[in-house]
Ligand binder design. Structure first.
Ligand code: PMP
Length: 438
């Protein structure tokens, strides 16, 4: 694998050339959102400047050209995760994708919407009945969920009478697989989990989880938000049924994301949102729905965003995801070693030998995360502070907030060194001393 040339990659991102508070920008908040390479900015601008029209409707030249570009984008982004174009549903992001799945399963459960949408058949019927949840059925999540992969399941459980259970994490942040093996069983209908937690940075043993779910006959739903931008992904090979990711975290635009689904699963899922662009025939009383992916894409499509995301996928493929991963692992190790040597820093998820992405969340003894974040910001270093939409996980570690530094392909060892040097000055700046290294 040819190594990634970080300085060259960095130069492709115009924003990284800006100064913040009089300092060279050290952007370590890619876990929240990534910066965009010029190729992505250009792809959106070019489309809006020369082609822009609504897709899948209208007979004019620009509409036809827009449709081709839009469907080419689907093929490119599907290919990025190893999938066929029909297996990729555009959503507005991971949150929308997870809600789509949970609401769709709710619809399958109560029969409000069948996959044919006939008023006469609105009960758990036909293929959709395969996903119907009833009281006592179980939905299993992990203790390390982003709220986006937790609250939709809480709501689905409340609507169907299903019971929500969770796989705990060990003190070192790894998933308790023994607990998973005993939790996932006959009653389990859905197992939802993050490929990589946005707080712990550990690559979860998803093949094992998928295996347990498969043995139990449960549907698997993977949150790939923090893995898709950072490591090679082949979703069909992984055997997961459904997976979501967000465009803006993988060098692409806001307002676009993907829901991957195995063909037979998408085929049997009822829609969540209904309206234009997802139907074949509509009468005043009923409607017939299109096959996937259109069945799940009601309304005017996010065309320029899809084209921008395809440019991002092509850009990442140009780098190579093996090279991207190797680069970020090197940054993550440099950062982890540095942080461990600073007194008073407590790393979350510092599991020996764990496979990771370039992300560390940590507590600074005696200093509130927000103060630490401001201290770093004054030096041009952008990090995220707070609970990172993972309150249950923070509670499990006895914390309410942490500082999180997260990398992407454009970060350099120099970024990490500037960051470490600044972090080592936080506690003395705030008049806190003592403490031991982790
Ligand atoms: N899951 C994880 C693991 C995340 O990190 C995020 C974003 N912080 C989300 C889901 C939600 O993504 P979005 O806000 O783009 O919908």
């Amino acid at each position: 694998v040819p190594a990634l040339d970080a300085a060259t990659v960095r130069a492709d991102f115009p924003l990284l050339g800006e100064e913040v508070n009089g300092h060279r920008l050290v952007y370590l908040d890619s876990g929240a959102t990534s910066q965009k390479p010029q190729a992505v900015i250009d792809a959106e601008v070019d489309f809006l400047t020369h082609t822009n029209s609504a897709v899948h409707r209208g007979a004019h030249t620009l509409a036809a050209e827009s449709t081709v570009l839009f469907e080419d984008a689907r093929e490119a982004v599907a290919g990025f995760v190893g999938a066929e174009p029909e297996q990729l549903v555009w959503t507005s992001g991971a949150t929308a994708g997870l809600n789509l799945v949970a609401y769709s399963l709710g619809n399958a459960s109560v029969g409000r919407v069948s996959i044919h949408g006939s008023a006469a058949t609105r009960q758990p019927v036909g293929a959709s009945a395969r996903f119907a949840l009833k009281p006592g059925d179980e939905i299993v999540v992990t203790e390390a969920e982003h709220h986006a992969n937790l609250i939709p399941w809480q709501e689905l459980a409340a609507r169907t009478g299903a019971v929500l259970r969770h796989i705990p994490v060990h003190d070192d942040g790894t998933l308790d697989l023994a607990a998973a093996a005993s939790l996932i069983g006959d009653r389990t209908r859905v197992v939802a989990f993050p490929h990589v937690s946005n707080v712990l940075g550990i690559v979860n043993p998803v093949a094992e989880l998928i295996g347990l779910a498969r043995d139990a006959g449960a549907l698997t739903v993977m949150d790939a938000c923090q893995s898709a931008p950072h490591l090679p992904l082949d979703l069909p090979a992984l055997g997961v049924h459904l997976a979501v990711f967000s465009g803006h975290k993988m060098l692409g635009p806001y307002g676009i994301g993907g829901l991957y689904g195995r063909a037979d699963v998408l085929e049997d899922l009822p829609p969540f949102l209904t309206g234009g662009s997802m139907i074949t025939t509509v009468t005043l009383d009923e409607a017939d729905y299109l096959p996937p992916p259109q069945r799940f894409e009601a309304g005017t499509q996010p065309v320029s965003q899809a084209i921008g995301l395809a440019a991002a996928a092509r850009y990442l493929e140009g780098i190579g995801m093996e090279a991207a991963h190797a680069h970020e692992v090197a940054l993550e190790r440099r950062m982890g070693e540095g942080l461990r040597s600073i007194p008073g820093i407590r790393l979350l998820g510092d599991a020996t030998g764990a496979e990771r992405v370039g992300l560390w969340a940590f507590d600074v003894d005696g200093v509130h995360a927000h103060d630490a974040g401001q201290f770093l910001d004054a030096r041009g270093i952008a990090v995220r502070v707070g609970h990172h939409c993972a309150q249950p996980l923070h509670r499990r570690f006895g914390l309410t907030a942490t500082v999180r530094a997260s990398t992407s392909v454009y970060n350099t060892p120099e970024d990490v060194d500037i960051f470490l040097d600044a972090v080592s000055g936080i506690r003395s700046f705030f008049g806190v001393s003592g403490g031991t290294t982790a």
